[in-house]
Design a protein around this ligand. Sequence first.
Ligand code: 13P
Length: 248
Amino acid sequence: MSRKPFIAGNWKMNMTVASGEKLINELKPLVKDANCDVCLCVPAILIPAMKKAAEGSNVEIGAENVHWAEKGAYTGEISADMLKDYGVKYVIIGHSERRQYFGETDETVNKRTHAALNAGLTPIVCVGELLEERESGKTNEVLDRQLKVGLNGIADVTKAVIAYEPVWAIGTGKTATDEQAQETIAYIRKKIGELFCPECAEKIIIQYGGSMNAANCKGLMAQPDIDGGLIGGASLKTDFATIVNYDK
Ligand code: 13P
């Protein structure tokens, strides 16, 4: 079964309307012949303007988070329906920065993932271990918990994307080696097979994220279990196009 590669950017809390529009206008011609799916996940307030800037192109605009409730008294939060109003298709859930700074847990990741799927959005569910967890040999244990709890009760897991982002590789310039990323993502795929079904494991898209850039994308994308990337810093520049065109 072949999986269509998927390269997504995560702008985090960067860019303005003007700088975002400028970058999207530069990227559009550069990525138009991509063989993979392409998305930029942007701050919620930039979604309408970036969606307009990307109109008519193969660049999808995604969100960086979504609340689990349909609506209600949740000051400052954004619902799946609000994202859908602007034609958003993808939403990042459970990024390690949200786990680290905003109290995100595997339980809230699970609730958000259900909300996204129920609304017909594609969640990009982030998992990954801390440096001390890797060094103490706990990587698989951490991933087991994040996958089991984070994806609990999902009817069709293949409607989600998983992003493996080792926390020690995010924004540090310290990328996982091709072998480390392949080995861990193969483990995640095996685990999906155990938690859901073997066909699900074959079908689900799993990205690598963490200091992925124009120089190291080819090696990572050549790994059999790595189906794409979730790109932070390099998605703020035209380098993103080089990553999207990794196979050219
Ligand atoms: P960097 O590519 O900047 O390391 O960030 C990765 C990331 O967190 C994407 O979600």
